[in-house]
Ligand binder design. Structure first.
Ligand code: FAD
Length: 382
């Protein structure tokens, strides 16, 4: 067993940290959150450093790195905001799906643009009546000549207002069993017939959740990813790495939550001594750091298994469940340690708290992760 990074990984990790400290310090993230602004320029700078190409083969301008390297980058990007990492990760996952299932023309059309940092990408699955049960989606795509005609509604779609392409799950055959009649399409968010509205949310101010209304939207048949009615397999194939990247982001942000709370506990004096020297606070911080380390180990174990090609549905779900619940809990404890200052908009803890509240729901809720784990243990839970 070896818990050490390679020399190259250490260099990459350090360069991501240095870049983020310079280009995306906490003051900048705070400003983005307040102004509800998407940092296009930041992502262009990341692309110039080659980070968007990390997991892609050289023929598409990438450097072909493994899941562990990628996870490590995610952890560093999310130190001050989970959202910053998500803005980087989402185009990459979607392009990776295309790499595995797309036509040569689609790959050449999109992947080099992702590598160059020119593509913002959304994934549109959820509908008003299809949340955790995404296979019950009803947005329809009906073939007509060289096109599909798409009608329906999507909800809670991250970043569709800033995206230049979306991967959308649609129903192409309503007579087939529900998982079998779904297809995945590449959709231009600016197509006539698409109305995109921003949903006001408690957190996630940098990359908005949006609602899409689709009326007779025409999508070329050449934008079908993989087989007609084969969308479920396309969707499932990329899920592990995507969830793991989210887990790495939770860990990165969780470490900052603990660091900020610790710093406050060392500086803040009450009753003539730093509050961290009260055992109640010191023990809380010890538990918090233990949770972060446990979440990190679960994440890295699963990433290692993905890299080795070992099936790891159970391990990925465990990392997602524990990592998301930990971060949500830790931000609450961080606010407790910081007292009134944690609640003040002048400090970052309230933002971590707002952003973390949703992670036990999004990307597969905690309840769904427990169901997956229990099934992997041989239980027929529903
Ligand atoms: C900020 C944000 C960003 C998002 N980004 C995207 C995106 O980019 N693309 C996209 O497609 N979607 C996105 N989503 C949607 C997200 O994936 C869904 O919110 C999530 O799948 C849950 O669906 P729901 O909100 O409809 O809740 P529901 O599915 O209605 O669940 C409500 C509650 O019931 C529980 N529940 C449901 N079914 C079961 C069950 N079988 N057993 C036990 N408990 C159950 C859930 O765990 C939850 O606690 C986003 C959501 C948010 C809030």
């Amino acid at each position: 067993m070896d818990f050490k990074f390679t020399e190259e990984q250490e260099i990459l990790k350090k360069s991501v940290r240095n870049f983020m400290d310079k280009e995306c310090p906490r003051e900048y993230v705070r400003e983005l959150d307040e102004k509800e602004e998407f940092p296009f320029e930041l992502y262009k700078k990341m692309a110039k450093l080659g980070w968007y190409g990390l997991p892609f083969p050289e023929e598409y301008g990438g450097s072909g790195c493994g899941p562990l390297d990628f996870i490590m980058v995610g952890e560093e990007l999310c130190r001050f905001s989970y959202e910053i990492g998500a803005g980087y990760g989402v185009p990459i996952f979607n392009a990776l799906t295309l790499l595995h299932h797309g036509s040569e023309e689609q790959k050449n059309r999109y992947i080099p643009k992702v590598v160059n940092g020119e593509m913002m990408w959304s994934i549109a699955l959820t509908e008003p009546n299809a949340g955790s049960d995404v296979a019950s989606l009803v947005t329809s795509a009906v073939p007509e000549g060289d096109e599909f005609v798409v009608n329906g509604q999507k909800v809670f779609i991250t970043g569709a207002d800033v995206a230049n392409v979306m991967t959308m799950a649609v129903r192409t055959d309503k007579d087939l069993p529900r998982h079998k009649g779904i297809s995945m399409l590449l959709v231009d968010p600016k197509s006539p017939g698409i109305d995109i509205r921003v949903i006001k949310t408690l957190g996630r101010k940098i990359i908005h959740a949006t609602e899409l209304f689709l009326e007779d939207v025409r999508v070329p048949k050449g934008n079908l990813i993989g087989e007609l009615n084969g969308g479920w397999e396309v969707l499932m194939s990329g899920l592990e790495l995507e969830r793991l990247f989210a887990c790495a982001g939770y860990v990165g942000n969780a470490q900052t939550v603990v660091d900020d709370a610790l710093e406050h506990a060392k500086q803040r004096v009450q009753f003539g001594r730093p509050i961290g020297t009260f055992q109640a606070i010191g023990h809380m911080l010890a538990d918090m750091q233990t949770e972060v380390d446990a979440a990190r180990l679960l994440t890295y174990r699963a990433a290692w298994m993905v890299e080795q090609g070992i099936p790891c549905i159970r391990e990925v779900s465990m990392a997602k469940l524990f990592g998301s619940e930990s971060l949500a809990r830790l931000t609450n404890q961080g606010m407790q340690i910081m007292g009134g200052y944690g609640y003040s908009m002048e400090y970052d803890m309230q933002r971590y708290f707002r952003d973390a509240r949703i992670i036990t729901v999004s990307a597969g809720s905690s309840q769904m992760q427990r169901t997956i784990i229990a099934r992997q243990m041989g239980l027929k839970v529903v």
